[in-house]
Design a binder for this molecule. Structure first.
Ligand code: NI
Length: 230
């Protein structure tokens, strides 16, 4: 049998389990702040890219790249098992791409970039109780995503005559799962994820008239964080 590699972490876990007398886990009225790294990985699907002059261009699609930022979670425990949680972060910057334009004589693949902020409110149900070191949870909530600092690549501007990039804001459902691992009375580690329904209509003006694509970004969002319970 292989030796478990995370010996230090394992020891902290063991210590956490061996002092159950302290109320070491989430209780009604607790406020939890988590700080960590949040990674947004789009699981996107796109309509065909369409222009006013040509209509839909067969075998084309728009794409959105990954982005990682510093994220914050605020949790307020309404009961020992139900917490309201907000996800906040510094702005995520994503690359925007177009696939398939080469068939129509254009070399452009990199369309540009956009920043976005996806504030998300979820209500989470925590398993276990106020004495449990480990509190897995699942939740459901709503997301609002706004796009800003939208900029077109020089290739898109020069080759396609692109200008005025726009991406509509999005409202949608957010699904949540994660686990808090209480190390001490106040400190915890967290690993968690969201699946968020983010859909946008993207457009820009070009030499072929207005270019449009409907993009379901629908990202998986992952967070690793350190939390503190007040
Ligand atoms: Ni969607």
């Amino acid at each position: 049998m292989k030796k478990y590699p995370f010996k230090t972490v394992n020891t902290a876990f063991f210590l956490a389990l061996t002092f159950p007398a302290v109320a070491l886990s989430h209780e009604a009225g607790d406020f939890i702040l988590r700080v960590g790294a949040v990674s947004v990985a789009p699981d996107e699907s796109s309509s065909l890219i369409s222009t006013v002059n040509t209509g839909a261009l067969a075998a084309t699609k728009a794409g959105v790249g990954d982005s990682t930022q510093v994220g914050l979670n605020f949790v307020y425990m309404l009961t020992d098992n139900i917490g309201a949680e907000v996800l906040a972060a510094t702005p995520f910057e994503h690359d925007l791409t177009a696939a398939g334009l080469d068939q129509y004589g254009f070399a452009t693949r990199n369309l540009g970039t956009t920043d976005q902020l996806p504030p998300t409110l979820t209500f989470n149900y925590f398993l276990g109780n106020s004495g449990s070191a480990i509190r897995p949870y699942v939740g459901l909530g709503v997301n609002y995503t706004t796009f800003f600092e939208k900029s077109l690549s020089s290739q898109a501007r020069n080759e396609l005559g692109a200008s005025s990039l726009d991406l509509d804001d999005s409202y949608g459902l957010a699904y949540r799962a994660g686990v808090d691992w209480n190390l001490t009375e106040n400190w915890m580690l967290n690993a968690s994820m969201w699946k968020i329904d983010i859909d946008t209509d993207a457009s820009f003006n070009s030499a072929l008239g207005k270019v449009t694509a409907d993009v379901d970004i629908d990202p998986w969002v992952y967070m690793i964080s350190l939390g503190y319970r007040f």
